[in-house]
Design a protein around this ligand. Structure first.
Ligand code: HEC
Length: 196
């Protein structure tokens, strides 16, 4: 995609403009690409990422809604915790990508972003963000906004039922993922698509 020399110059420029020394290695490997500048190959990769995200989101939503309706929100927590990574793994295999969910206010520290996403999420991107690796991979950060039904477990403490609050406190002593309102930016799906 990028010739090596041009890549080096670009990466250096980006680093001069705005990266901390700790992220220099990542910055020289991944370069931001504007959506309108994606090549045809990268657009195919983008479509794959979006399809994987849709699949994961709709499967998570379906399970959440099903369990909340049948058994209540408190019962949905352990299922959500155990099933979300399994669903992500199944989608990853099916779509030949790597995929996960992350946030700057994590509930589960295991959902920390991959290294390439760390500095990008700190900027709280509200639009899909794309990065190209010189080896041909495309990485995407796709924003997740909260719907009303998410507030059962991510809303203000008053919105969260006591039984739900209790389980959340037990399982996630460092939970930062409450106090949100409908339509707030909750986090991002991160997707890494291999070389086409
Ligand atoms: C039944 C309670 C419940 C509901 C409803 C719920 N979540 Fe969560 N959410 C959780 C739990 C529990 C985790 C931690 C999962 C884990 O352990 O990986 C979580 C984690 C997340 C994460 C991963 C990042 C992190 O903080 O660990 C995102 C993103 C997220 N939720 C978004 C949403 C969105 C969007 C909705 C609505 C569509 C929603 N959640 C509805 C309980 C819930």
């Amino acid at each position: 995609m990028f010739r090596k020399a041009a890549f080096g110059v670009l990466a250096t420029t980006i680093c001069l403009v705005g990266c901390s020394s700790s992220s220099t290695i990542t910055e020289t490997e991944w370069l931001d690409v504007l959506e309108e500048q994606l090549s045809d190959t990268q657009k195919k990769q983008q479509q794959k990422a979006v399809a994987a995200r849709e699949a994961l989101f709709s499967r998570l939503m379906a399970r959440l809604t099903q369990v909340i309706q049948a058994e209540g929100a408190a019962k949905a927590i352990p299922i959500c915790q155990a099933e979300a990574p399994q669903l992500a793994e199944a989608v990853a295999k099916e779509f030949h990508v790597q995929i996960g969910r992350t946030s700057t206010k994590l509930r589960n520290p295991a959902n920390a972003p991959p290294p390439w996403a760390q500095s990008r999420i700190e900027q709280q991107p509200i639009k899909p963000t794309f990065l190209a690796h010189r080896d041909g991979r495309l990485a995407c950060l796709l924003p997740i906004r909260l719907k009303a039904q998410c507030l059962t477990c991510h809303g203000s403490p008053e919105q969260i039922q006591p039984d739900v609050r209790e389980i959340l406190t037990q399982r996630y002593p460092k939970d930062q993922a409450t106090g949100y309102r409908e339509d707030d930016l909750r986090g991002w799906f991160w997707v890494e698509v291999p070389k086409e």
